[in-house]
Design a protein. Structure first.
Length: 1093
């Protein structure tokens, strides 16, 4: 028994010893293997097979077999791509100040963004670097070093040479390193590139020479492959598959036009050949013809329904056009036909990733990587899955492996750069974005990501230049979309170029840049988000509606619940505008599971305090949100104070790829005095007090039937109580004071449905809606006789109760068409049936608009439209808010009949200067109830606006904006408003603001605004009785505002201190938009903090 125990103990001990690592920490790891590789330990003379994931120790020797390639990750996180027939020796011990390896034969490609010294030793020359990218090849009599990025010092006992990007040097044992102009670094790395497979060598009838050529490409032996293909293409009978393989070689070389010619020739010679049609599909994709690429594969499958490569390729294309269900079906078919195809498993992985099934995705990517160690897609997929789980460091490692497996892929470089930026490695991120721009000059993706990086570095002017270049290249977005819609975290990507515009005060650019996009892609969440940031007076309904349309169309995002942004009637002082300063839009480059917290707060003069706190938790396909908003301000006059508290909760659920649902609830409590600041603060009602307690809810969702057809639905409801108290004294009875106490209880709901269908050159939007609300108004009056020297004498009072209801049904159809590459047209027809207290009417509203892109520098827009202001819940709707870049939805009284006419142009004079002008005319018939007669009447309002603007970036860190705005508002004399002692009959305003923004690389930003205003008003005392007294006050004045802001590191947020009305100017001014006050009536100092955790 004792002997048995000893034997068992010995066996267990030996097993544990064999499982224990040979060294700690390890010197290197085999990150990827294509083919075969061996390892020789220092104390043995034999070679043993190496496996993916194997650990290497000091003194180990690694050998890559013929027709094989490998990726070795060193301890300092440097990645070495080893070519076939390469032998690498790891050092016996690492130096504290760096790392070195011996390359005795073969070639390696190195990618390192770590600024730590690394030395590659060869028999002929040594190469030393600090964070760079280069290739070393050891030949029998010399070594060749080619630099792609960074700086490399090559040396041997004969001499030393410093190489810059794009340079190559050679050295022998008897000569110093010599610069070579006849060898291009891009050619030196061709062996490390990835060549898509178009020939299934398992199919019967495959020529040995063709199979050998495909195998040579797969192993990186490009010259061997080209020699074989050249032989097959000589003579009278050129084999079509040889042409197809040659087309793939040209594609990887980025000669897209030659690749397309070869692929077309292959198809002409063999119209039904699967290899020829596969090559044509890749070639058409490279020139942005996704429809042609798909058509080629569909042709292949009609003739070869059992071809797994064609099914796999179809899955890629279906995914790239946003059809996950069809993509999954095609990938599953390919997997059933050939489960050992790496690309098929990768597509299945991305489909699982889009469904947020991370475990299934990880399994598929692991399988794909094991099937083809040279394919970068499985590692890219694993990186995205890891980032989604919040494992940023491991995700970056997978991106680095993917980029090492295909160094010429601009898309992989863009993702690697974005991942580095997420880590806070700004220099490395910038290098990758520059490499991506150079590798594919037509891809807008690296320009967009680099702009967000520069914005985070407080370089908004440089970020603007990159954004504009991204928009110029946006017609080439097929380049990125053709890669399986890899950016499944599109919510983070829509993190919002509007932030760049806001940083500079260049919101005017949003209209021109998105006018055509929204006409032809109305379901774009990113464009709706941009539009929601382009606010203007009396357009709060349009702003919050654009935000609702972003919420419905957006993929999963922790930023869905935004309390302040979705309120159309906040009436907060501009110093407390937390919308423009929020850190939420630029805090995350990748969306990941876990918790996030956003805090925006401001405190200042007149007891100003406001905060917006939002907590979100994401777990797979579900995002939960909780939020709180508080605002308190004493105001600029007696009884001009306000206090408000909003609490909200939301849930967003991705039920399936293409199907997203959300629900939201909020409670709103507020109390305030008279917020209608006018020319004279003495016009404020001293006793007017209002208390409102309300709540509302909303559920909605979006389902994409196909990539071009989607369905939207939303239902919202509200109920609340408003109590208003006031004391009035009529001029006809100056000794009688009447106290009014009005309580309004209302509730209602709104339901809307919408169908969107897009083609390559047009878009249809059709929708219906129904609104219903009931209100009960209880009014009590108590009158008192006020005689000098005597106590008040009660005169009695009265109590009245009124009930009203509002019903509105609506329907609309919008059609937009790209007539050609320059001209887009929109035609629409809307129908409204309104039945309420002030109006009972049916109305048809035609609309028409155009956008003409005359050239790259000039855009013209025009509109002629009629519309009815709909009754809404929280002023939000999913109906389009604009036509041809003109807002058609204003903060008018419900039921208003509006006719809108407008013309505008935007011109880019050079990269640093943009100018534009807009002329808009609105004619309104506003319904109201004449309280004296009880009759429904309509008031005629007119509104004329003219605007000229210039946006200038004269220096690297400086931006200047100036405008001339002329506005004439005529509200007529027949619309008495007893809630305002002095109602505005007309308002003429000229405003010239000049804003300067200086953003220093240190993180400090100075914003200064000088504003000149000339305003004249015509005011009517509607409370005095007929004939109504009138006065015409006017004023012209200057105000000055300044803000000093510091951006915190690692995109944590920012802090700012500012002052409005710097010189404490006293002036008379009527705000054109009571919901969005623009000016501080006295000097206001404030401190603001924005944090994203």
């Amino acid at each position: 028994m004792l002997l048995t125990c000893l034997l068992l103990l010995t066996t267990v001990t030996a097993s544990l010893a064999s499982d224990a690592p040979r060294c700690s920490p390890p010197m290197a790891r085999l990150a990827s293997l294509q083919g075969a590789a061996d390892v020789q330990y220092p104390d043995t003379a034999t070679w043993q097979p190496a496996e993916t994931g194997q650990i290497f120790c000091p003194g180990d020797r690694i050998r890559v077999a013929a027709d094989s390639r490998a990726v070795v990750e060193l301890r300092d996180e440097t990645l070495l791509r080893l070519d076939q027939k390469t032998t690498l020796l790891l050092p016996e011990a690492a130096r504290d100040d760096g790392f070195w390896v011996d390359l005795t034969e073969g070639a390696l490609y190195l990618l390192s963004r770590i600024r730590r010294q690394l030395e590659i030793r060869t028999p002929f020359v040594n190469a030393g670097l600090e964070g760079t990218e280069f290739v070393v090849r050891v030949l029998p009599r010399q070594a060749v070093v080619s630099v792609l990025e960074g700086r490399v010092a090559v040396s041997n006992p004969r001499g030393r040479l410093s190489l810059l990007p794009g340079q190559t040097a050679t050295a022998t044992a008897d000569s110093a390193p010599v610069l070579r102009l006849d060898i291009r670094p891009d050619d030196a790395v061709r062996w490390a590139l990835y060549y898509p497979v178009v020939l299934d060598r398992r199919q019967p009838g495959t020529y040995d020479a063709l199979a050998a050529a495909q195998q040579a490409l797969a192993a990186g032996r490009v010259e061997d492959a080209e020699n074989l293909l050249r032989d097959l293409r000589t003579g009278d009978a050129v084999h079509p598959t040889a042409l197809a393989l040659s087309a793939i070689v040209e594609l990887v070389r980025n000669d897209n036009e030659r690749a397309l010619r070869l692929a077309r020739q292959a198809v002409a010679d063999d119209p039904t050949g699967s290899s020829a049609l596969l090559a044509l599909s890749y070639a058409r994709q490279a020139v942005f013809d996704l429809a042609g690429a798909t058509s080629a594969i569909e042709t292949s499958l009609r003739h070869h329904p059992q071809d797994a490569l064609s099914w796999s390729r179809l899955a890629e294309l279906r995914a790239s056009t946003g059809d996950p269900r069809a993509a999954y079906a095609a990938a599953q078919q390919a997997a059933d036909l050939a489960p050992d195809l790496s690309r098929t498993q990768s597509v299945l992985g991305f489909m699982a990733l889009s469904a947020l099934d991370l475990d299934t995705a990880a399994t598929a990517f692991e399988t794909a990587a094991a099937l083809d160690g040279a394919d970068p897609l499985p590692h890219l997929g694993r990186g995205l899955a890891l980032m989604r789980r919040g494992d940023v460091d491991q995700g970056v490692r997978e991106f680095e492996v993917a980029a090492t497996l295909d160094p010429s892929s601009a898309l992989l470089r863009s993702y690697l750069g974005k991942a580095y930026a997420e880590q806070g490695r700004d220099r490395a991120a910038g290098i990758e974005f520059e490499r991506a721009k150079a590798l594919d000059p037509l891809d807008p993706t690296p320009w967009l990501y680099d702009s967000l990086r520069k914005l985070g570095n407080n370089e908004p002017v440089a970020a603007l230049a990159d954004i504009q270049q991204s928009l110029r290249l946006n017609d080439n977005r097929a380049v990125t979309r053709s890669r399986l819609l890899l950016d499944s975290d599109r919510a983070a990507r829509s993190a919002d170029q509007g932030q760049v515009y806001r940083e500079l005060g260049f919101e005017r650019l949003v209209t021109g840049s998105t006018a055509r996009s929204l006409m032809l892609d109305p379901s774009s969440a990113a464009v709706h988000r941009l539009q929601s940031n382009a606010t203007a007076p009396r357009r709060q309904a349009a702003r919050v509606s654009e935000l609702l349309q972003w919420q419905i169309n957006a993929p999963l995002t922790p930023n869905l619940l935004q309390l302040q942004q979705t309120e159309a009637d906040l009436v907060v002082t501009s110093a407390a505008d937390l919308v423009a300063s929020s850190a939420a839009d630029w805090s995350q480059l990748f969306v990941s599971d876990g918790a996030s917290l956003r805090l925006n707060a401001v405190g200042g003069s007149n007891d100003l305090f406001s905060n917006d706190l939002t907590f979100a938790y994401q777990a797979g396909p579900v995002v939960l949100g909780l939020a709180q908003y508080h605002y308190a301000f004493d105001g600029f006059a007696d009884n001009n104070d306000q206090e408000r508290d909003i609490y909200g909760a939301s849930v967003q659920w991705q039920a399936a790829p293409g199907t997203t649902l959300f629900a939201e609830y909020r409670d709103d409590e507020r109390a305030f005095g008279d917020l209608s600041l006018g020319f004279d603060s003495r016009d404020i009602a001293p006793d007017l007090r209002t208390e409102i307690d309300s709540n509302r809810w909303r559920i909605g969702g979006r389902h994409a039937f196909t990539p071009s057809t989607s369905f939207l639905a939303t239902v919202a409801g509200f109920d609340g109580e408003e109590r208003q108290r006031d004391k009035v004294t009529l001029s006809t009875a100056p000794l009688i004071e009447t106290e009014l106490d009005t309580t309004t209880d209302d509730d209602g709901w709104l339901g809307e449905l919408q169908l969107i269908h897009r083609t390559t050159d047009s878009a249809w939007i059709a929708g219906i809606g129904y609104f219903e609300a009931d209100s009960r108004i209880d009014t009590s009056t108590e009158s008192t006789l006020i005689l000098p020297g005597l106590p008040p004498i009660p005169l009695g009072g009265s109590m009245t109760s009124d009930h009203s209801d509002t019903r509105q049904a609506n329907a609309y159809v919008y059609w937009s068409r790209a007539v050609n590459t320059q001209l887009d047209l929109t035609f629409a027809l809307a129908y409204d049936n309104f039945d309420g207290l002030t109006l009972d009417q049916d109305q048809f509203s035609p609309k028409a608009g155009f956008v003409w892109q005359a050239n790259d520098a000039l855009q013209l827009r025009g509109i002629a439209a009629r519309g009815m202001k709909r009754a809404l819940v929280a002023e939000q709707t999913i109906e389009p808010t604009q036509v041809a870049g003109f807002t058609q939805m204003f903060d008018d009284p419900d039921g208003s009949d509006t006719r809108l006419f407008g013309l505008a142009f935007d011109a880019t004079l050079d990269r640093a200067l943009v100018v534009g002008a807009e002329l808009r005319k609105r004619e309104l018939k506003v319904p109201y109830l004449n309280v004296s007669t009880g009759m429904r009447n309509g008031a005629d309002w007119d509104e004329t606006n003219g605007l000229v603007y210039a946006l200038w970036t004269p220096a690297k860190h400086l931006a200047i904006r100036t405008e001339l705005s002329v506005e004439e508002l005529d509200f007529g004399d027949t619309f008495p408003r007893p809630d305002q002692p002095w109602s505005t009959a007309s308002l003429d305003t000229i405003e010239v603001p000049v804003t300067m923004v200086y953003a220093a690389p240190s993180g400090l930003t100075l914003r200064a605004t000088a504003r000149w205003i000339d305003q004249e008003a015509r005011l009517i005392d509607t409370a005095a009785g007929a004939p109504f007294p009138m006065r015409t006050p006017s004023d012209d004045f200057w105000t000055f505002d300044a803000l000093l802001e510091h951006r915190l590191p690692n995109r944590l947020g920012r802090v700012a201190v500012g002052v409005q009305n710097l010189f404490d100017e006293t002036f008379g001014y009527q705000e054109p938009d009571l919901n969005q006050p623009n000016l501080a009536r006295e000097r206001t100092v404030f401190v603001r903090v924005n944090l994203a955790l």
